[in-house]
Design a protein around this ligand. Structure first.
Ligand code: ARG
Length: 478
């Protein structure tokens, strides 16, 4: 065993710290140094650094509450708050001396605080544990991160709305089972995604009140002996409530699972759009042209223009689902209260938020640059017997039960298929061989425009309805 005296944080210059093992804040009951491999295995510093701003904010609030509770004299509290400001400035400026033995961002900040202001810095952790501290930091981080994603989703919705407005007269075939079904407005199709994203925002907003609960004061698990005013801390940090059970407060990550679930559903929507963009930009469909700047070529085939962005968004969806499943699996076997397993929450959350942010951002720009191939869409929208339902509905208006009308038009389509003819090539005489209820006006229902205009109820694809919904959504997103 080394005879070297353990070094104090204060006497060790930053460079030397990275070379030699240093004393830990919790090293009192240990005889041996932490194993090097364990040090790096247990460290969360590489990823929880991004919490530093929240950690320092939380520490300042905690320090003020300690002063208010007469646990810290004013002199000590101001020294600590000043020191925390210096630590923040160092990290902001990228000159903070991180050390591998810091273990996590909470320890790094406290270690540096004591280096900067001396042993009085050691009073900060009175009545606090990293367990309530980290719960606080993640809640604060997620609150801000969700706010940012909400804003980005809104921008994306606006890009979709702009394209919808610009292409109000473009028709396309609507599909079920990826078979041409009935004609719809391209704008109606785009608005379907705006509605999905509206629900995604709703789910994120729903998660906010459960994030907005302040856990500090729960200590390691049981609460603390110092009667800090938790409501005061909550007010300082902009929370509307405080947690009501200390055991729950340090072990609860429901809010993280909720956020990951909301992000997973959002990614699922982006992935469905991806699938459509990949199909639509293929030569088989040729409904849209993706902007060149958002595609890549082939290293071998000179003619290729590949839809990599939609493919990657589709691919990254699995990654976000993975984070949700990983967190739920981490949580399912944990006894109360804090367990180190919980440290695994952060990479899942951070990567999911980074992935969603990047995907939404790149899609906003891609959608802005999308070129719509009107003729190809129109051609597809008027073939494939997509007007068959119009003809069946015509017979219904003439008094035929729908089931019977469906059967009649089905036979008619079958006959057209056999003779390789389209519905619109039929004459009235042709129609009347299938039903004597067909009259001259039957031919009038066989237009794509008419089919669209008749879908005039709320939620239908009639231009008037789509235009009205665009207006409502534009107002909502303004
Ligand atoms: N790095 C830890 C985490 O992210 C902080 C809490 C550690 N607490 C403890 N008692 N080891 O969860």
């Amino acid at each position: 065993m080394s005879k070297r005296k353990p070094r104090t944080g204060r006497s060790v210059p930053p460079k030397a710290r990275t070379a030699k093992p240093a004393r830990k804040a919790w090293s009192g009951r240990f005889r041996e140094q932490t194993n090097r491999a364990v040090e790096s295995f247990t460290s969360s510093l590489s990823f929880d650094q991004r919490l530093y701003g929240y950690d320092i904010q939380g520490s300042i609030a905690h320090c003020k509450a300690l002063e208010l509770a007469d646990v810290l004299p004013h002199r000590d509290a101001s020294a600590i708050i000043r020191g925390l400001g210096e630590v923040r400035a160092e990290i902001d400026a990228g000159r903070f001396p991180f050390a591998p033995e810091d273990e996590d961002i909470h320890m790094a900040i406290e270690r540096r605080l004591i280096e900067l202001i001396g042993p009085v810095g050691g009073k900060l952790h009175t009545g606090r544990s990293r367990n309530d501290q980290v719960a606080l930091d993640i809640r604060m981080y997620l609150r801000d991160a969700l706010g940012s994603v909400l804003g980005k989703v809104k921008r994306f919705q606006r890009a979709l709305l702009d394209q919808a407005r610009r292409h109000l007269d473009v028709v396309m075939p609507g599909y079920t089972h990826l078979q041409r079904a009935q004609p719809v407005l391209f704008a109606h199709h785009l608005l379907a995604y705006v509605e999905m994203l509206e629900r995604d925002k709703g789910r994120m907003r729903d998660a906010l009140p459960r994030l907005d609960v302040m856990p500090l004061g729960s200590g390691a698990l049981a609460g603390t002996n110092f009667l800090v005013d938790r409501s005061y801390v909550a007010r300082l940090l902009g929370f509307t409530a405080v947690t009501e059970n200390s055991l729950d407060a340090v072990s609860d990550r429901d809010f993280a699972a909720e956020v990951l679930a909301a992000l997973s559903i959002l990614m699922m929507h982006l992935s469905r759009l991806s699938e459509e963009l990949v199909l639509w930009s293929s030569q088989e469909f040729h409904f849209v042209e993706l902007p060149d700047g958002f595609c890549t070529g082939s290293s071998m085939m000179p003619q290729k223009k590949n839809p990599d962005v939609p493919e990657l968004v589709r691919g990254k969806t699995g990654r976000v689902y993975g984070h949700l499943l990983a967190l739920l699996t981490t949580l399912k076997g944990l006894p109360l209260s804090y367990n180190r397993d919980l440290q695994e929450d952060k990479e899942a959350l951070f990567d999911a938020l980074d992935t969603v942010t990047a995907s939404v951002d790149v899609y906003t720009e891609l959608i802005k640059g999308l070129t719509v191939q009107r003729p190809a869409m129109a051609r597809a929208a008027s073939s494939g017997y997509v007007l068959a339902t119009e003809l069946a509905d015509y017979l219904v208006v003439k008094g035929i039960p729908f089931r019977q009308a469906h059967e009649t038009v089905g036979r008619l389509v079958r006959a057209c298929l056999d003779r390789k003819r389209d519905l619109r090539e039929l004459t009235l005489a042709d129609l009347r061989t299938f039903s004597d209820r067909f009259e001259k006006d039957a031919l009038d229902v066989l237009t794509v425009e008419g089919a669209i205009e008749r879908k005039a109820q709320i939620g239908g694809t009639a231009r008037k309805k789509v235009e009205a919904r665009i207006k409502v959504l534009e107002k909502m997103l303004a």
